[in-house]
Design a binder for this molecule. Sequence first.
Ligand SMILES: Cc1cc2nc3c(=O)[nH]c(=O)nc-3n(C[C@H](O)[C@H](O)[C@H](O)COP(=O)(O)OP(=O)(O)OC[C@H]3O[C@@H](n4cnc5c(N)ncnc54)[C@H](O)[C@@H]3O)c2cc1C
Length: 323
Amino acid sequence: MSNHPIGRSATIIGAGPAGLSCARSLQSAGWDVIIFDKGRGPGGRLSTRRSDIGPFDHGAPFFTAEHPTFCAAVHQWQAEGVVASWGKDPTTNAPRFVGHPSMNAFIKAEALSLGVQYGVHIAPLSNRTETGWVIETKTGEAIGRSDVVVVATPAEQSAALLQLASPPLATVARAVRSAPRWTVMAGFEGPVSLPDDLLTDCGNTIDLAIRDSAKPGRPAGERWVLHGTAPWSEAMLETDMTVIGEMMITAFEERVGPLPPLNHLSAHRWRYALTTTPTGQPFGFDEKMLIGTCGNWRLGAAVEDAWMSGHALAAELIQRPYP
Ligand SMILES: Cc1cc2nc3c(=O)[nH]c(=O)nc-3n(C[C@H](O)[C@H](O)[C@H](O)COP(=O)(O)OP(=O)(O)OC[C@H]3O[C@@H](n4cnc5c(N)ncnc54)[C@H](O)[C@@H]3O)c2cc1C
């Protein structure tokens, strides 16, 4: 338990951009912060998958920055060398950014400075005592205690974590919908003959194709990540990933012409990739239970939405009067 007055220690569940942004602001304001993530390593939906032929950014392929607060964080990461710019968004013309030398690099750097504990799967919140929240793992181990809990996970997982402790916050999270995405990681023995490194009009199966190996700081090779369209990913959600890989490569070949021989093919299913019905409120807070919620799903689908949501929740927590 912290030595701070009541309301100045927080457990954060989830070390994606939302949780890390909230943690960073709280820690700067002098709070005791402890962060848990069930993943084996840093990234959340900004993960990087390693393979024999090099890494693949198989979650978010890039992100943009508009709000001055997020722009300031991005500039700091650029100065630290963990983010690099990578062309412009084909639809909006906004500058695109990627983690450097892999998408999860800036999450890794933030997580390191904040001391995230990985591989810890937190159970639904239920145990609040006179001295604060007792944080328990899925296996029933009590691993922390704090005044405030911040749930910074995708909406669907937040609803489950909150259902016993804060039915009102759980109801809001449950109403949010996210579209799934299949992503396919494909390595080729030679260059795919396309002038661009990013293809957007790929038909009904593929939404986006990215030459991942062309991003700054990546090792040599010819690695592509193919993103399924939302309706196709939804329809194929329970299909075997080997079949998904073959179907997406066939669709890619139909679009771009004959492909060089493959030297890697794998797929990943993101059950909750992109929010389709955000709440429109930057965060949620249950004053009675001292539980906050943040995540991209509060404001939209993007990395910037997640960062801004965590930042807004921290600002609220910092300025609140506590008993
Ligand atoms: C395929 C795909 C394409 C995308 N494309 C783009 C794009 O082009 N541009 C863009 O800006 N964004 C894109 N995104 C979205 C972007 O990745 C998200 O907006 C952002 O990562 C969300 O951050 P977050 O912190 O809200 O959640 P996350 O990054 O999902 O972090 C939540 C964390 O909570 C952890 N967690 C969950 N439950 C528990 C538990 N019980 N105990 C402990 N830890 C838990 C998870 O392990 C995870 O690390 C894309 C995402 C995907 C998957």
